[in-house]
Design a protein around this ligand. Structure first.
Ligand code: BEZ
Ligand code: FE
Length: 294
């Protein structure tokens, strides 16, 4: 293999991996190489531009650790996460739509009983959340596990706090609970507020250079699992938020937008006497049975 030219290089790379025994890997890498080469040809990529891109990706790697996942931010802000989510979660229109997982889910969140306060000290206005988890034919799904997580009123998830506040913030505004025998769930938390995704790194500079903002509309994250049904990773977005039509990660679906209802001081849905303004959110989820035709 010598004297490879601008015109023959793509074919040469594809031929070099033709012995790959992993068929899926060969398919994916063949397509990736073809698209990368087409891209370089189409924009007539210069050497300094490619070096700039390599430096950028190097920075993305350097800032990434077990708390900060800049590669997820890059994938999210380029729409690749949402494209992957959407094409892998096709389901009947009656089912709740999926959206991006994001970088702030944590395994091993505390377990709560229905009615308990998952804010665990996170700052924010009180909010009482309730709803049902059902299957496609309206059947209640008892014992479904619900993972819920959200940012605080300052726009930070617990995992974003550094020492010395890291330890006190741990496991704030996230939890795991199970639906009741009628498929209902309810818990107390704090009002979801809009927040910017971490933008003090290379992805933030990319957004800035592109004239884009880093904001996400206010939302609550849910990951719901029920035996015999497809897992559902989604958010519920707060109606009226100014960023619903310009989410930095392209995750909003109209069907996922719901009203957070503001209440004056008084009695909360769980009977608690509230001496401050509080909010309620009621939202039902519909899961797709495993193996259900799309
Ligand atoms: C989130 O909603 O937690 C999130 C999603 C994508 C990027 C950053 C944050
Ligand atoms: Fe979020």
């Amino acid at each position: 293999m010598r004297n490879i030219s601008e015109d023959t290089i793509t074919q040469a790379v594809l031929a070099a991996m033709s012995d790959c025994r992993n068929e899926r890997l060969r398919t994916v890498m063949t397509s990736l190489v073809q698209h990368l080469h087409s891209f370089a040809r189409e924009v007539r990529l210069t050497e300094s531009e490619w070096q700039y891109a390599i430096n950028f990706l190097t920075e993305v790697g350097h800032i990434t650790d077990d708390k900060r996942q800049e590669f997820i931010l890059l994938s999210d802000t380029l729409g690749l996460s949402m494209l992957t989510t959407t094409q892998n979660n096709r389901k009947p229109p009656e089912c709740t739509e999926a959206t991006v997982l994001g970088p702030f889910f944590v395994e091993g969140a505390p377990e709560y009983q229905n009615g308990e306060d998952i804010s665990n000290g996170a700052a924010g206005l009180p909010c009482f959340v309730s709803g049902h988890v059902r299957g496609l034919r309206g059947e209640p799904l008892p014992g479904a596990t619900i993972e819920v997580w959200q940012s605080d009123e300052d726009g930070y998830y617990d995992v974003q706090y550094a020492a010395p506040r890291q330890a006190e913030a741990e496991h704030r505004a996230r939890g795991r609970l199970r639906t009741l025998p009628d498929g209902r769930f309810h818990f107390r938390s704090i009002l979801a507020e809009a927040y910017p995704i971490p933008h003090d790194g290379p992805v933030g500079r990319m957004l800035d250079a592109l004239g884009r903002h880093p904001w996400r509309p206010a939302h609550l994250h849910f990951w719901i699992n029920a035996h015999g049904y497809e897992p559902l990773i989604t958010h519920v977005f707060r109606n009226g938020d100014q960023y619903l039509d310009s989410d930095a990660v392209f995750g909003v679906r109209s069907t996922l937008v719901a009203d957070w209802v503001e209440h004056p001081p008084g009695v909360a849905p769980d009977g608690t006497a509230m001496d401050t303004t509080f909010y309620t959110l009621d939202y039902d989820f519909v899961l797709n049975p495993d193996g259900h035709a799309r």
